[in-house]
Design a protein around this ligand. Structure first.
Ligand code: FES
Length: 368
């Protein structure tokens, strides 16, 4: 048996400003935690903070490489302020070197599944560059025979996040890194590089620069419509589905509620945890917790309202931090953007999305 992931207090080594108000936050990883924070390029960290009295968690992709963790004992995440983004606006303005942040160990499936890929391609838009930067840099540093092509969508060149880091990589690996900037609000000499990354753009890139057969592995990260259009165009053109990996960012659904609505939702989940028609057992750190819940409620909401300290981040079916194993009973998930077929076959569920369909449900957070 393993145990559910926990937050660890990490010290901020440095906060570096990036384009358009974004920041890159470097976290020091002390010796006892180095093994726990080992990661694969493309994974993310879940950060937690109390902001205006609210417990806020958010997942951010690691943008640094494994060599930096090994040599300088640091992990770096990139955060771009979003309109109405509680965590991103706070983090990009308030955090400074020496502050402490609660951080959960690396997680996520947006990683290379093909270790010997000779040509990897990334399609990124805006802050979607963060996980792809780590994959791209690691590919160039660790695999001298591999090439990387980055198609990167932004409004203008001055809003390109990590532009300096990308230019440095281009200088270091001129023949192995191809950078293709697609700009929506800045004139470009070539039509192909003007506009947004959408289905037409991807088809045009395949026709001119990126033949289907040359792409051993493709990584896509950006806003939802960009991910869907890019993935659809690639699959339509004949790229094998197992070679295409996507990563979605989302905001927790509860944060969209007003404080009063949030309180009402929590109160109703508390009542459900005491009086609901379904018997729910939550196993955490080897201990079973007996609760009740209603069929329309979700396992994570009820168990959190009952006071259990469970791992979660997005609450939107995207990050997988809330993964648990269904040991007894049945549930239906509203959304699942992340669990793979083998995981659902083995009974893993996203507890933030799981609603019971049987009168008795047992879930374990100890089966990772
Ligand atoms: S908390 Fe992110 S998938 Fe459930």
């Amino acid at each position: 048996m393993s145990t559910a992931p926990r937050f660890h207090d990490l010290t901020i080594a440095r906060v570096n400003p990036e384009a358009a108000g974004a920041v890159a936050i470097a976290l020091q990883i002390p010796e006892p935690l180095r093994e726990r924070f080992a990661f694969q390029p493309g994974q993310f960290l879940t950060l937690r903070a109390q902001i205006n009295g609210q417990d806020v968690r958010r997942s951010y992709s690691i943008c640094s490489t494994r060599s930096r963790l090994e040599n300088r004992h640091e992990l770096e995440v990139g955060i771009r302020p979003m309109e109405g983004g509680v965590f991103s606006n706070w983090a990009s303005t308030a955090l400074k070197a020496g502050d402490t942040l609660a951080v959960m160990p690396p997680d996520g499936r947006f990683v290379s599944k093909k270790p010997r890929a000779l040509h990897r391609v990334g399609f990124a838009a805006g802050s979607g560059i963060t996980p792809i930067l780590s994959i791209l840099t690691s590919t160039l540093e660790d695999q001298p025979e591999s090439k990387f092509t980055l198609v990167y969508g932004n409004r203008r060149m001055d809003s390109v996040m990590f532009n300096e880091a990308l230019q440095d990589l281009k200088d270091r690996y001129p023949s192995r890194l191809t950078l293709i900037h697609v700009l929506s609000r800045q004139a470009q000499e070539v039509d192909l590089l003007q506009g947004r990354i959408d289905g037409d753009k991807v088809r045009a890139l395949i026709d001119t620069l990126l033949p289907v057969g040359s792409m051993d592995e493709v990584f896509i990260c950006g806003p939802e419509p960009m991910i869907e259009a890019t993935e659809a165009a690639l699959l339509e053109a004949g790229v094998r589905p197992d070679r295409v990996h996507t990563e979605r960012f989302t905001s927790p659904t509860l944060e969209a509620l007003t404080p009063a609505q949030r309180l009402a939702a929590t109160e109703s989940h508390k009542v459900s945890a005491l009086k609901g028609s379904v018997a729910l057992t939550v196993v955490l750190d080897g201990k079973p917790h007996e609760l009740r819940m209603n069929r329309e409620d979700r396992v994570l909401d009820v168990a959190l309202a009952a006071g259990l300290d469970l791992p979660y981040s997005c609450r939107g079916g995207v990050c997988c931090t809330c993964r648990a194993k269904l040991m007894q009973g049945s549930v239906l998930m509203d959304k699942n953007f992340t669990l793979e077929p083998w995981e659902t076959e083995q009974g893993f569920v996203l507890s933030c999305q799981a609603r019971p369909t049987s009168d008795q449900v047992v879930v374990s957070y100890d089966e990772r």
